[in-house]
Design a protein around this ligand. Structure first.
Ligand code: FES
Length: 274
C-alpha cells in the first residue's frame, strides 16, 4: 500500500498527489512513469512522475480525473492509500550537458511530465525555454515551478486570457522568427498538440521528442496494448518509450487506437457513477 501524503486540486479536475514511495523515488529519472491501481477492482493506469524527492522518499503524480479509474483516484483523500504502484517504468529522458538550447513544451496536463525534464536539462547546464499552453488561464498548472527551472517561460492560452493568444506552436514560431537557435524540442501533451509541434519542426529539422501515453495494461512489453507506430517499426511505449522521435510517430494511428477505447471507458465511467 502506498500512502497519499498530500493532495491538492490544482485546477478543476486536475489533482496533485504526493505519495510515499521510497523505493520508486530512489530510482526514478525524468521521463519515466509508474502504473497505479487504486484497488482490486480498478484498472491499471500509467501516470508520468511529475516530481520525485529521493530524500523524503516521495513521488508526485499529477493527473486529470477524466475516466472511471482517474475519478476513483481523485476520490482518495490525504492519509488514504493506493493499492499498487509499479515503477519506475520506461526509458529515462536523454539528459546531457552541452545540448544547447532546449525548448520544453507542455500542453494542458502535459506540463507535469515536461517539468522534470526541463529541470534536469537546466541542472545539466543547458538553456531552457519553456512553452506552456492551456485552453485558458484558470486551467494553467505549474507556472511557478516551470518559471523556476527555465531561462525563459512563455505562456499561451487558446482564448487569450493569459499570455500569448494562440497555441504552443504560435510561441514556437515566434522563437524561430526571432532567430533563436534551438537544439532540441520536447513536446508533451494532447496527441493533436504533439502532432502540430512535430509538423512545425520537421521542415526545420529541429530534433523533436514526444512522450506518448497510450493505453497500457502490464507495462512490461508483454500485452501489446501500448503499441505505437514509429517510422517503419512497431514499438511498445512502455518499454521502448515513452519518448520517441516526434518526426517518426504515426499520430493518426495513435489517435485511432485511443478512440477504440473511448466507448469502453465511457461504459466503465457509467458503472463507477452508479
Ligand atoms: Fe503491455 Fe506495453 S503495456 S506491452
Amino acid at each position: 500500500m502506498f500512502k497519499i501524503l498530500e493532495k491538492k486540486e490544482l485546477s478543476p479536475g486536475v489533482f496533485r498527489m504526493v505519495i510515499d514511495a521510497p523505493r520508486i523515488a530512489k530510482k526514478t529519472q525524468p521521463g519515466q512513469f509508474i502504473i497505479e491501481r487504486v484497488d482490486e477492482e480498478s484498472e491499471r493506469i500509467p501516470l508520468t512522475v511529475a516530481d520525485f524527492d529521493r530524500e523524503k522518499g516521495t513521488i508526485t503524480l499529477i493527473f486529470q480525473a477524466v475516466g472511471a479509474s482517474t475519478e476513483l483516484l481523485a476520490e482518495k483523500k490525504e492519509g488514504e492509500s493506493i493499492l499498487n504502484l509499479v515503477g519506475p517504468l520506461g526509458k529515462p529522458s536523454e539528459v546531457a550537458e552541452g545540448i544547447g538550447t532546449v525548448v520544453c513544451i507542455g500542453g494542458g496536463i502535459g506540463v507535469a511530465p515536461v517539468y522534470p525534464i526541463a529541470r534536469a536539462m537546466k541542472e545539466a547546464g543547458n538553456k531552457v525555454i519553456s512553452i506552456m499552453g492551456a485552453r485558458s488561464k484558470e486551467i494553467l498548472i505549474m507556472e511557478d515551478e516551470m518559471r523556476a527551472v527555465s531561462d525563459e517561460t512563455i505562456v499561451t492560452t487558446d482564448d487569450g486570457t493569459y499570455g500569448i493568444k494562440g497555441f504552443v506552436t504560435t510561441a514556437l514560431g515566434q522563437l524561430v522568427e526571432r532567430g533563436e537557435k534551438i537544439d532540441r524540442v520536447y513536446a508533451i501533451g494532447p496527441v493533436v498538440m504533439m502532432k502540430s509541434v512535430a509538423d512545425a519542426t520537421r521542415p526545420l529539422a529541429l530534433p523533436t521528442v514526444v512522450s506518448l501515453n497510450p493505453v497500457m495494461v502490464d507495462g512490461t512489453g508483454m500485452c501489446g496494448g501500448c503499441r505505437v507506430q514509429v517510422g517503419t517499426e512497431t514499438k511498445f511505449a512502455c518499454v521502448d518509450g515513452p519518448e520517441f522521435d516526434g518526426h517518426l510517430v504515426d499520430f493518426n494511428a495513435l489517435r485511432t487506437r485511443q478512440g477504440m477505447y473511448r466507448d469502453m471507458e465511457a461504459e466503465a465511467e457509467k458503472e463507477h457513477k452508479c
